[in-house]
Design a protein around this ligand. Structure first.
Ligand SMILES: C[S@@+](CC[C@H](N)C(=O)[O-])C[C@H]1O[C@@H](n2cnc3c(N)ncnc32)[C@H](O)[C@@H]1O
Length: 333
């Protein structure tokens, strides 16, 4: 299997074909375009340089951040049932493709239970972090061919598929970072990426009371605040910007009407910031919208997925319904 580059997503194999990365192309253009909007906005994909990935790992260890541990706790049961499901459907040669694979913690319970997975492809925008995580995974699973690639899943990604059945894996409720319409586009593209007869296993954070949601994004150790502000620090490092991080405050609120957590960075004063020579003005209290995290009722998500050509096959719910893992089948067409 090989990832084409061409005019699709730029993917760089990190342990196979090695070429230079151009992942930063577009960062400056995207930043300037986003900060010229009346509601200033940046894509959450730019959180994830090495420092941002490190902060995300710390977030996963926080007591307040229930999605990580809840999904991880659900996965061994999911894996056992998947084993039965794949066996019943005579799927004995499977390739698993993880989107936004991060530190590769969540694939382990799957690989432990699923001997039919012969190949694992991990894709992430944060290449060096992924490369390090994959070295550890390769030691634990020497029987599985592991390929890691740096790429951006907001663009279509084409894989040259082997004969194996492809199962996409998209944990972490990362799907919630897309606008619903973009989530449909991602899921539609993923059907093309994974090919016919494929499946997709997804982690979806569910709608729940505001207090639990807002607590998860406003931790007492301020790790989420550091993670959020890392996007400013990254612009200082990579784009010759001069943000003073102390002049911005992390804000995370649940927008109940839209069913999403919104993260913003609020300017504490009126100020001017320079990015690669361009001056950007901030009023006092003006915000940069840095992330959405949409929450879905499982039926609501199933409907969204079906509009992208995926049919709900099975849903596993965590206790109290606070998180869902869903298996979808490529409905073809
Ligand atoms: C919320 S974290 C989830 C990490 C891990 N999958 C988990 O469940 O713990 C999102 C992950 O997606 C990656 N990511 C974010 N935007 C991306 C993009 N546009 N293309 C590829 N990977 C991306 C990040 O680097 C990060 O590893």
């Amino acid at each position: 299997m090989r990832i084409n580059v061409g005019n699709l997503a730029v993917c760089v194999w990190l342990n196979k074909v090695k070429t230079g990365s151009s992942m930063n192309q577009g960062f400056l253009q995207d930043v300037l375009a986003g900060l010229r909007l009346s509601q200033k906005a940046l894509s959450p994909k730019y959180f994830y340089d090495e420092q941002g990935s490190e902060y995300f790992d710390q977030i996963c260890q926080l007591e307040e951040y229930y999605p990580y541990r809840t999904e991880l706790a659900l996965l061994p049961d999911v894996a056992q049932e998947l084993n039965q499901f794949f066996t019943q459907h005579s799927l004995d040669n499977v390739q698993l493709v993880e989107f936004g694979a991060g530190s590769l913690h969540k694939v382990k319970p799957l690989l432990q239970e699923l001997p039919m997975v012969r190949e694992f492809v991990a894709l992430d925008i944060s290449g060096e972090h992924l490369k390090r995580a994959s070295a550890d995974l390769a030691q634990s699973f020497p029987q599985i061919e592991i390929k890691v690639a740096q790429g951006d899943f907001t663009k279509p990604i084409r894989l040259e598929l082997s004969e194996a059945t492809s199962i996409g894996f998209f944990p972490g409720s990362t799907i919630g970072n897309f606008e619903p319409k973009e989530a449909v586009d991602f899921l539609r593209n993923a059907r093309t990426t994974l090919g016919k007869d494929s499946y997709m296993l997804l982690g979806v954070d569910t709608k729940k009371d505001r207090q639990m949601l807002e607590r998860a994004y406003n931790d007492s150790k301020d790790i989420t605040a550091h993670f959020n502000k890392n996007i400013l620090a990254r612009m200082n490092r990579e784009l010759d910007a001069d943000f003073n991080l102390d002049q911005f405050r992390h804000v995370a609120v649940y927008n109940q009407k839209l069913g999403r957590i919104e993260m913003h960075l609020r300017s504490l004063v009126q100020q001017e910031v320079t990015i690669a020579g361009e001056a950007i003005l901030f009023d006092q209290d003006e915000t940069i919208h840095t992330e959405n995290s949409y929450k879905y009722h499982p039926e609501e998500f199933e409907q969204l997925a079906s509009s992208a050509g995926w049919q709900g096959e099975k849903t596993w719910l965590a206790p109290d319904g606070i998180f869902a893992i869903m298996l979808l089948r490529n409905a073809g067409g």
